[in-house]
Structures are given as C-alpha cells and as structure tokens.
Design a protein around this ligand. Structure first.
Ligand SMILES: [Zn+2]
Length: 363
C-alpha cells in the first residue's frame, strides 16, 4: 500500500509500505477524508511549535517515518481480536492523545491528565495512507448526518469543547475570542451553547470576521482597523470581558499573531477574569506576571479531550448546534495531493483558508 512518510523536515514522500498488521484491540481502516492540523503542517516544514523536539528526534533516529494524520474520517475494514464497539463498514473519527492506561492518573480515571500515552500521528502512524491501524479506545462512530469532510474536523472540534469546558462559563458571561481560525470559530459556537451572553471576536482577516458573525458573534473586531483592547473595554463599560480565549498566537511567518495577542488578551479581560490559552507558540516568551497577579487574572489551559468530549462533539455537529460546513474552504482530491494540503494549512492566511485544507481519498 502507499503511505506518506517523512524522510526529514520538508521532505515527505509517497512510499510503498507494508499493510499494517491487525493487532488485538485495533481496527484497520481506510481513510476517507484527512487534513493536516495547523501544528502538523508547521512541523512538516520544521517550524518550531508543539512537539517539535520530539518529532526532530524521531526524524534524526528513525526516518523515514509515517507522521501526522490524526484529523480524519475513515471506514473500518477489519476488526482485531477483542474489538467490541465497531464492525466492518462503520465510519469513525478519533481522538489523538490516548491515555497509557497504567499510570496513577489513568488508574484514578483522570486519563485526560495522563502524559505517558501515545499520540496518533506522532507515536502511532496516522491517516495519510491507504490503510491505517488504530486502537479501538481512540475511536468514535460518526453520525450518518455528518459527511466525511465534516467528520474529519471532529477531533479538533472536541479539543475546542474541552477548551470551553476549561473556562467554566457562567450564564451570561461576556466572552472575547482572539483569532477566528477553525478553533476560534469552534470556541465561539461552543461558548454560545455554554451560556455566553455576549461574544466579541477578533481577527485581522475580513473573511474570518464575516464568518464569525455568520456563526454567532455579536461583535467582530478587525484588529487592523480598531484598537481591539479599547473596543472590548468600551463594549464592557470599561471592565473587560469575563473570559478571553486566545486562539491567534503562533509563528508570524505563518500569518499568526506571534505573542502580541496574549498581551492584548490580558488587557482585554476583566479583573478576576479568565484567560484560556489555546495557541501554541513554539518558544518561551515574557508575560507581565505582576500585572496578572495585581488584577487576579487566571490563565488556564485546556485538558486533553476525552472520548466523552468526542462523543458530545459528534452530537453537537450532527444536530447542527455547531456548524462546520461554512469553515471548509479548501478540498483536494487524492492521496498525492497531501503535500499541497500541508502547504495551504501552514499558510492559511495567504491562501484565505479557514479550516485546514482537506484531502478527499474516497467518496
Ligand atoms: Zn496514564
């Protein structure tokens, strides 16, 4: 079978490899639609972000390796011994970060805090291939109301569900969201379902601002046109938002906001309010801790999403409470188009992409 393998950063090749063997507790699947995450797309080109050192080490010692491909919709071809929840023909999606099942956290039912388990696409081969082997405990069945392209977004959407849960919104809270890429737009819709009173979104792209209004934002601020901190304070009687999600940060070379949006987010949140850190930055940077201390800010980070989050995500999307379709801007056909999907996804601003570029493998 054919699978994309990385021989080095920036060097991916469509290699002929052996079909994975069917292991106990695993299923073999044929990917139907797959997309690189923004993190994967940056790592593919050697841009430092989450898991950079780990991927670099693997490439230096094990290349060529099958990397990435944890955001997908696939169809079950065959089930291994012990698999009970799935059968041949089921459409599935998966969570990426899996519990190890053995550590103290896992034993006390806090698997979402375990950091010893494997990650699909990083430790286990993902779905940039004709066939993939996946552990049953990662999987969820895709509702018939969702098409393959929507289902390929479920993993990222479940991370957004976990991020909004971390915010513990109170009914009527004013929420500001910096960054209206796919996760920002997801957090917007889920915050709306979770009791947010008023939602103010921030982006530098007109198309993203338009999309956020379409998906439920009360005010969409273009940071190129207004002083967003001042605008948010004005909209909140000078106080700032109760909760601010920071989903815009990251490498400016990829059209992301660097670290500036973290400082803006800190100024845009009210005293005693919460800042939810969603972005990855790829390197340490300075923040005004005393300023945070003085204003009693809480800077919180989401836990890893669980199977329960993913199952809830399927319901949210299948019932139309969260809309994915409007964010799907780029679709490519065929496994050979994978590198193009990485290029578009690593430079979403330049290509006017909202969701990562998707690769359709089977209809
Ligand atoms: Zn564990």
């Amino acid at each position: 079978m054919k699978a994309w393998r990385f021989h080095a950063f920036g060097d991916m090749r469509l290699d002929e490899v052996a079909v994975p063997e069917l292991k106990p507790g695993h299923v073999l699947v044929e990917p139907l639609c797959v997309q690189p995450s923004v993190t994967e797309a940056q790592l593919a080109f050697g841009i430092p972000t989450l898991a950079y050192e780990r991927v670099k080490r693997r490439l230096e010692t094990e290349a060529p390796i099958a990397l990435f491909g944890h955001e997908f919709c696939a169809r079950v071809l065959e089930t291994g011994p012990g698999v009970t929840r799935f059968r041949r023909g089921d459409r599935i999606a998966a969570r990426a970060k899996l519990p190890c099942g053995q550590c103290g956290m896992c034993r006390s039912e806090q698997g979402n805090r375990c950091r010893s388990g494997p990650v699909i696409g990083f430790d286990l081969p993902g779905c940039f291939a004709e066939v993939a082997s996946l552990p049953e405990l990662a999987l969820v069945r895709v509702d018939d109301r969702l098409d393959n392209r929507e289902a390929a977004c479920l993993q990222s959407l479940s991370d957004s569900v976990a991020a909004v849960e971390t915010a513990s919104l109170a009914m009527g809270d004013t929420v500001a969201i910096f960054g209206q890429g796919s996760m920002g737009l997801e957090c917007l819709q889920i915050a709306r379902l979770s009791g947010a009173g008023r939602i103010i979104t921030v982006d530098v792209r007109d198309e993203a601002c338009r999309m956020s209004v379409e998906l439920g934002a009360d005010h969409a601020l273009n940071a190129r046109q207004v002083d967003v901190v001042e605008a948010i304070r004005e909209l909140t009687e000078g106080n700032g938002a109760d909760v601010v999600f920071e989903c815009a940060g990251g490498s400016p070379k990829q059209g992301l906001a660097g670290t500036a949006t973290v400082r803006q987010a800190m100024q845009a949140v009210r005293s005693g309010g919460k800042l939810v850190g969603v972005s990855w930055f790829g390197a340490p940077f300075e923040v005004d801790i005393d300023g945070m201390r003085e204003r009693s800010l809480r800077y919180v980070f989401p836990d890893i999403s669980t199977l329960a989050h993913l199952e809830h995500t399927v319901r949210l999307a299948a019932t139309g409470r969260v809309r994915i379709k409007p964010t799907l801007t780029h679709a490519l056909e065929g496994l050979d188009k994978v590198p193009e999907a990485f290029t578009i996804t690593a430079n979403k601003g330049k290509y006017h992409a909202i969701n990562p570029a998707q690769v359709i493998l089977k209809h």
